[in-house]
Design a protein around this ligand. Structure first.
Ligand code: APR
Length: 236
């Protein structure tokens, strides 16, 4: 690939954080092989058993606080800093490893594990501790109405208008570490192809469900293939 690009949209999924020790969802012993997503990642599951949902996210939050970003996150932050053009990073991940690596042009379309939302006053607050039904909202002092600021199945992902605007303008779309099984993110490559102007690349451990839609495919662990890919992008 020797073409110079001007506007890049990058989509990341759980695979980019796998080598940081955070579980993926659909791999062997992924999170959805251990938990029923209907119980811990839907509004109905939260209404039915809020304690179970708080326990699930408390365990993931504790795991995240102990984790570190990896070479793939660092490479994407370097791309944002050094690329002579626009780079938007759209992540399905709720971890803050992109931020810790230095990425700033970043949209968490599925929310953020280190934030909570009060269903009484609507406040969204940074939060690194455990959360439970006895926790009082620091903003409105109401107890028991706090939830993880994470988008559950059946809920609207965040920043969709801005994401579709960026997809309409990009000349390079890169998908990293996602199985391509969850919409709307899984449909982004088709949206970009429909315009026919952009190059599309998939970097993943193995072919995603949408692999055939990508013009270029690079397979291997993210900490190996992402830095090499970023080096190529910065060298043209
Ligand atoms: N390097 C690169 N890719 C990897 C690595 C690695 N070290 N390890 C795993 N992968 C790839 C897997 O091959 C798989 O295709 O990462 C992908 C992870 O897929 P999923 O577990 O389905 O995660 P993701 O695509 O991010 O899920 C999307 O589903 O459950 C919801 O909201 C949740 O954001 C999540 C969404």
């Amino acid at each position: 690939m020797t073409r110079r690009f001007k506007s890049i949209v990058i989509l990341t999924g759980a695979g980019i954080s796998a080598e940081s020790g955070l579980g993926t969802f659909r791999d062997k012993d992924g999170l959805w092989t251990k938990y029923d997503l209907n119980e811990v990642a839907t509004p109905e599951g939260f209404a039915r058993n809020p304690e179970l949902v708080h326990d699930f996210y408390n365990a993931r939050r504790r795991n995240l606080v102990e984790a570190s970003c990896n070479a793939a996150h660092v490479a994407l932050a370097e791309l944002e800093q050094k690329f002579d053009g626009d780079v938007l990073l759209v992540t399905q991940n709720v971890d803050d490893l992109h931020e810790r690596a230095g990425s700033a042009r970043l949209m968490h379309m599925h929310g953020e594990l280190l934030k909570i939302r009060c269903e009484a006053c609507g406040s969204v607050l940074a939060w690194r501790e455990d959360l439970d039904l006895a926790t009082t909202c620091p903003a409105c002092a109401i107890t028991g109405r706090l939830r993880p600021h994470v988008v559950w199945f059946g809920e609207m992902p965040l920043y969709m208008e801005a994401i579709y605007d960026a997809l309409a303008l990009c000349d390079l779309f890169v998908s990293i570490g996602t199985s391509g099984q969850v919409y709307p993110a899984a449909g982004f490559v088709a949206d970009v192809r429909r315009r026919g102007l952009a190059h599309t690349v998939e970097l993943n451990l193995d072919p995603s469900d949408g692999f055939s839609l990508f013009a270029e495919k690079i397979y291997g662990p993210a900490t190996q293939v992402v830095p090499t890919f970023v080096e190529r992008l910065l060298s043209v």
